[in-house]
Each structure stands twice: as C-alpha cells, then as structure tokens.
Design a protein. Structure first.
Length: 314
C-alpha cells in the first residue's frame, strides 16, 4: 500500500515539473525507507522542495487553481505514505529483534569453559567471565557481548564481520585468533592478537586502532588513553591452554591472575611488595606449591588460611 501511495503522490506532483526538479524530488522520495532519523530528515527536505515549487507556480495565474488543488491532495497522500512506511519499518525491526534468541555462558573463579558458536567460531572463557551470544547469527554482523576474559578463534566470513562488545571497547574481525581482557575491576583492559587482523574502537573518544599479530592494545579507563605494545602473544593467551607465563610483571599483577585461576585472595602485609618485578611460569600446580615457588623466587614469606593468602617481608 505504501508503494502505491508514493507512486500516486509523486505522479500528481511531477506533471508540473521539469526534468531536473523531477529527478531531485524522486531522489527525496526514494530515501523515505531508510532509518527513522533519515525518514524524518528527508521528509522535511522533500516538503521544503515542494514548498519552493509551490511558490514558483504561484507566479503562473492560469494554472494556479488546478495545480494548488492537486498539490494539496498530493501532500496529504505523501505524508500518509511516509507514516505508513515509518510504522512498517519499525514493525520489521521489532520482528527481527524478537526473532533473535540469545544464550549466556558464565564461569566462576577457578573455572574455564569453551563454547562453539553457530558459525563455528570457538570461544574459550577464563574464570569469572560472562559471554552473551545469539544462538543463530541472522543479522549482517556476528555480534557478542563479553565481560571478563576470553580467547576467540573466529571463523572467517568476509560478508559477516564478527564484533565483540565490551564495557569500554568494541572489537571487530573477519577471521582471526585473539584475546580480550575486560575485567571491570582491573586498571587496564587489553586486546592481544595471535593471528589475523583486528580493529578496536575505544570509549571516551580514545580512538581507533588496527592490530596485527604480536600487537597488544591496552586501554586505561582512568584517563581514557590507549597504549600499543609489541609482545609475545603466548604470554597473554597461554592461560587457555592451561599454563601461565609472566615475564617481568609486578607481583600484584601476577597475584590478580592467580586469584582468578585458583579462586583465592592475596593480601599484602607490606604494600611495597606489590611493585616487585618477577618472571614466572606455572602449569598445573596447586596454589600451595605455586605460592611456595613465588615466595622462594621473590624472597618473601606467606601464610595460607583457607582461601586467603598473605604475603609479608622476611
């Protein structure tokens, strides 16, 4: 019905226009089925064009009565057509949104999970993380939401970009492997690329970056700045294979990772210990053995009570 109304209204109006005016007006009409904002803007432009033509036609007394009558009728038809299309578009969008079913995976501290998405992409989730994803990708973009940390192995599909939405970063790829670290309580968020190419858009107008293998982009929420680093990707992605690599890292950073892996809490009796730099690798050891190895390498003492571990100077 909307298409018929548009045809009638445009035909009535075009009887009195030259080729250039007809082309411009048809262009305005053709854009009435874009987004809601475009619809309103283009309707105003079309009506302004119509008004200009009405002023010109007023200078021709012999045709004024007939033309104004037709223009008035056509204006009503055009507005009805626009309203019809506007409602139709809104209904179509609502139907598509309602048709999308979502799944959600959670991990607790000390837990890892792997999920295979409907497109064949594989997501390995670190502890204390949440992944929300469509059960079937039916839109142009394959879009998921992440809180926490996950390693993505995305199936290549140039026609359907894969997008990860986080609280502060939007990550887009076509097909690649990379890690996204997005824990809310940490001082930095990061994306580390193992293979392929990744684009990242940060919040607070921090900017847009393209990452290649070996690139790590760190976002600092406190000042909104981005920091690009060259790294060994395995140092930041090995957790999904069951081992951890820490090269010249602060003890506070190491303990944060161990808290998530072993579901424990570290406390520093002496705050200066937090900045102690260490290099450390672990694979499969229990937390008591890991803490003992840290103590030996770092030259500090520790006590373990349940899930609470306190580090002190010797």
């Amino acid at each position: 019905m909307g298409a018929l109304l548009l045809y009638v209204s445009s035909s009535i109006f075009m009887e009195n226009q030259n080729d250039q005016q007809e082309q411009e007006f048809r262009h305005r009409l053709s854009r009435l089925n874009f987004t809601d904002g475009d619809l309103i803007e283009e309707q105003l432009k079309a009506e302004q064009l119509w008004s200009n033509q009405e002023l010109r036609l007023l200078l021709k007394p012999r045709k004024i009565i007939n033309i104004r009558r037709w223009m008035s009728a056509a204006s009503i038809v055009l507005m009805l057509s626009a309203a019809f299309i506007f409602q139709y578009i809104r209904k179509e969008k609502a139907d598509v949104t309602a048709a999308i079913a979502y799944g959600q995976i959670r991990t607790t501290k000390g837990e890892r999970k792997t999920v295979i998405l409907s497109d064949g992409s594989r997501v390995t989730m670190n502890s204390a993380s949440v992944l929300k994803y469509p059960l079937d990708f039916i839109k142009k973009n394959r879009e998921v939401e992440l809180q926490g940390q996950a390693f993505f192995e995305v199936k290549h599909d140039s026609a359907h970009p894969f997008i990860i939405q986080t609280s502060k970063l939007a990550v887009q790829v076509l097909g690649t492997t990379f890690d996204v670290n997005n824990y809310e309580n940490e001082q930095e968020l990061a994306v580390t690329v193992s293979s392929g190419k990744v684009s990242v858009l940060a919040a607070k107008k921090a900017g847009y970056r393209i990452l290649l293998p070996g690139d790590r982009l760190v976002y600092h929420p406190e000042n909104g700045k981005l920091e690009m680093q060259k790294v060994q990707p395995d140092d930041y992605t090995s957790w999904q294979k069951g081992y951890y690599v820490f090269e010249d890292k602060n003890l506070s950073y190491i303990c944060k990772q161990l808290e998530k892996t072993y579901n424990v809490e570290f406390f520093f009796q002496n705050p200066e210990l937090k900045n102690k730099k260490m290099s450390f690798r672990i694979r499969g050891e229990n937390i008591t053995r890991v803490t003992g190895m840290l103590s030996l390498a770092g030259g500090f003492d520790y006590t373990i009570k349940g899930r609470k571990i306190t580090l002190t100077h010797r």
